[in-house]
Design a protein around this ligand. Structure first.
Ligand code: DGY
Length: 319
């Protein structure tokens, strides 16, 4: 019997590739940049399984050409790069990689929150520029993290993991979500709030909601105007959940105090983006889950999902 063909759109852990190779012919895009669109479309035509990254657009155009495709395994928990409805219509299974990245992403969320609150990157730039001439009572003063109020927008697994960290800092935890989470309320004492109330009460607003038509630009000018002038806004979900122009205005006009951003509407964020000109923005290149161990686990889970579908079994983490 002919082996199925799997296309892997970036170099991922060898263990993951080896596991798929046991049952399939594996073709890997070896270059250290996303596979160009034209090549991805051509590869998809000859592929039974696609191990994709969040930078690969798996849309109607691609799916209509991918006549043999049975499974798209996204190496990410988010899957807004995939037209899941179009895939399902064609009987193509979509999978993602939840759970394995929860703790690493929560660590990064907290690091970003603290860096923005305590002006870590600004202080580092200040020192390296030779501006540190003496200690001063107000030099690079930031905001308290301990005992502050954290507002989590999107209380999924990562939200709960962030809440566990916040508990260690004595923070009060508020959350809003499509539905209430009694387990989270029990485990970390989180209290449910409608979005507007959360925005008014929180010292830290952390975005952890997936990007969907309902959450696109859910935080804009009106929402920023509800937040405290001392508040810090952190986005580790997707850039599309926030109106970036409104965020820039809120920061520049001191409606809010600082922002920590791991994600942007357009990635990589252009270097002339207005948000990058502000000293009170800590900007990172979408590294939420980027630890060696976690990326290894994500690749392995994507491989297990691909192989399961190609062997006619249920994937572990279907979308
Ligand atoms: C995800 O998995 O969706 C993250 O954004 C990747 O780091």
């Amino acid at each position: 019997m002919k082996k199925p063909i799997v296309f892997v759109t970036r170099q991922v852990a060898n263990e993951a590739i080896a596991y798929v190779k046991e049952i399939a012919t594996v073709d890997v895009w070896e270059e250290d940049r996303p596979c160009p669109r034209e090549i991805l479309l051509e590869k998809a035509e000859r592929t039974d399984g696609l191990l994709a990254m969040l930078t690969d657009r798996v849309d109607e155009e691609l799916l209509s050409r991918a006549k043999r495709l049975k499974v798209v395994a996204n190496m990410a928990v988010g899957y807004d790069n995939i037209d899941v409805t179009a895939a399902k219509k064609r009987g193509i299974q979509v999978t993602n990689t939840p759970d394995v990245l929860t703790e690493a992403t929560a660590d990064l969320t907290f690091a970003l929150l603290m860096a923005a609150a305590r002006r870590i990157t600004e202080a580092n730039r200040f020192l390296l520029a030779g501006q540190w001439t003496s200690w001063s009572p107000t030099l690079l003063a930031g905001q308290n993290v301990f005992n502050a109020t954290l507002g989590i927008v999107g209380m999924g697994r990562i939200g709960e993991a962030v809440a566990r960290r916040a508990k260690g800092f004595g923070m009060s935890i508020l959350y809003c979500n499509r539905h209430r989470k009694p387990e989270a309320e029990q485990a970390v004492g989180a209290q449910y709030r409608e979005l507007d109330d959360l925005l008014k009460q929180a010292d830290y607003v952390v975005m952890l909601t997936p990007l969907t038509p309902d959450t696109a630009k859910m935080i804009g000018e009106r929402e920023f105007s509800l937040m405290k002038p001392t508040s810090v806004f952190v986005n580790v979900s997707r850039g599309g959940t926030v109106d970036e122009e409104a965020l820039y205005k809120a920061l520049a006009e001191k409606k809010i105090w600082a922002a920590g951003l791991d994600v942007f509407q357009k990635e990589p964020v252009p270097l002339d983006h207005p948000l990058l000109t502000l000293p009170n923005v800590v900007a990172l290149p979408h590294i939420g889950s980027a630890t060696y161990q976690t990326r290894m686990e994500m690749a392995k889970l994507a491989a297990v999902n691909i192989r399961a579908v190609l062997e006619g079994k249920e994937p572990v983490t279907p979308v």
